[in-house]
Design a binder for this molecule. Structure first.
Ligand SMILES: [Zn+2]
Length: 458
């Protein structure tokens, strides 16, 4: 196999060569040389694959599945958002969970994985909720999907408690179900996730965090919190729980026991955007000095839908905060590890979207006001190698290099069309428009389904 005339925007070492020819023998690069481009075709791009660091496998497309209800497919049509509030999303999702069936969970999960693969994703952390309403069913379906897609996608399962585990009448049952699942399905689960902010009290939230840390260490799992998902002004008596996570990780000696091999991811954390600069710098310094493999994941699709709403439906406020972590600044200005995830697709928390990570990265240019060429590279990294690093997969700059002896499996080959063709006003001719060529990272944006993006799988 030979790939001629290809640009490699993510090579870590700069050279004078812009375009390469790559020879692949027995699945590995046997030769890489400057291209002659004899054919004079527009170059292709070869890029690292995309990664979902945070996506929910059991609840995509609840509102946008586009298929009729039946004996095996539930009807969710009464659960469309009316106010769009956070409380409504939690309630509607709880109602939806009571209707889950095996066929429904399988279909929506398979649609998410298939769509993700088409969009250039080759690895993901799949959150799978298990609690008193669902029992272990979403997990057993996730394990089946993980196996059936294993030749295309690295699916990392995160056993996830969306509901309280230390408060409310179901807290104890929820905790018991997730604990038994961790034992019974240990070989299929790679991460433990909880949602401390849903607990009834701050004390219960802290219990939730401490239990999750101890349990992740016990079962040798990555740890992933949905955390500080609000825009309440932090106060000395009620600081963001991010600080408590850091203290409890130290108390439980995460670095000594899990070492660097198991990462900790904090998702949402929108409240941190309200910290003043000096508090943010103190937080960053604490994280960096701790040596903990801690990563923040911004989830702008959901955050911007949920956060910063007027306090009442009749209040008309046009000035609203973005309400999502400023991921590029966290990396550039604070020296933290951070990335971007899609989170939800077509459900009460995010009732829109296709789940495309590139679309989220492209929106990042506007959301974060990050428009330089260097910003484009960082935003791509946020849905590619930085996302992989967050969930404990490979992800150094050198991992992106195309060098002799290396397999290109999973990399994305992005071809350029010469023309866009469409019918003209005359019956017998066609309209030919010179296509916009994608020549660098900044040109890589979401494309329609007839995309020229292909993942190399052999
Ligand atoms: Zn989530």
């Amino acid at each position: 196999m030979q790939i001629n005339n290809v640009i490699l925007p993510c090579q870590s070492s700069a050279t004078d060569v812009d375009i390469w020819d790559i020879v692949i023998t027995d699945g590995k690069v046997s030769q890489i040389r400057p291209s002659n481009n004899i054919a004079g075709e527009p170059p292709k791009l070869l890029l690292p694959a995309l990664c979902h660091p945070h996506i929910h496998l059991d609840k995509p497309f609840i509102l946008t599945s586009g298929r009729p209800s039946s004996n095996t497919q539930p009807d969710y049509s009464d659960l469309l958002p009316r106010t769009g509030s956070f409380e409504e999303a939690l309630t509607n999702t709880s109602n939806a969970k009571e209707r889950y069936t095996e066929d429904d969970l399988y279909l929506r999960g398979a649609q998410l994985l298939a769509t993700s693969y088409e969009q250039g994703v080759t690895s993901l952390r799949a959150f799978v909720e298990i609690d008193h309403a669902t029992g272990p069913l979403p997990l057993t379906i996730a394990i089946r999907l993980k196996s059936e897609f294993s030749h295309l996608l690295c699916v990392q399962i995160c056993a996830f408690a969306q509901d309280p585990i230390f408060s409310t009448v179901h807290g104890e049952a929820n905790r018991s179900i997730i604990t038994s699942a961790l034992g019974e399905y240990a070989s299929s689960i790679q991460a433990l996730g909880t949602t401390p902010y849903v607990e009834a009290t701050r004390e219960a939230s802290l219990q939730n965090i401490e239990w999750a840390i101890a349990t992740a260490l016990q079962y040798d799992l990555h740890l992933d919190f949905h955390l500080d998902y609000n825009l309440a002004l932090p106060s000395p008596s009620s600081p963001p729980l991010t600080f408590s996570v850091l203290e409890l990780l130290k108390k439980h000696r995460w670095l000594d026991i899990a070492k660097a091999s198991k990462t900790i991811v904090l998702g949402h954390c929108t409240q941190l955007t309200l910290l003043c600069d000096s508090d943010l710098q103190t937080l960053a310094k604490t994280v960096i000095q701790s040596g903990l493999p801690l990563h923040f994941v911004g989830l702008p699709n959901s955050d911007m839908f949920m956060m910063g709403r007027p306090s009442s439906a009749v209040e008309m406020i046009h000035s609203r905060p973005r309400g999502t972590l400023h991921v590029p600044s966290m990396i550039k200005d604070l020296g933290l590890s951070a990335c971007i995830g899609v989170n939800n697709v077509g459900n009460a928390f995010t009732p829109f979207g296709s789940g495309d990570p590139l679309q989220a990265a492209s929106w990042g240019v506007g959301i974060y006001q990050a428009g330089t060429v260097a910003d484009a590279m960082m935003l791509y990294g946020c849905v590619s190698w930085l996302a992989k690093r967050a969930i404990g997969l490979e992800g150094s700059a050198e991992d992106n290099d195309v060098i002799e002896g290396k397999s290109l499996q999973g990399m994305l080959l992005i071809k350029n069309k010469e023309y866009i063709k469409m019918p003209s006003t005359s019956d017998r001719s066609e309209l030919k428009i010179l296509a916009r060529k994608r020549m660098s990272i900044k040109d890589i944006v979401w494309d329609p389904p007839e995309t020229t993006m292909r993942s190399i799988i052999e």
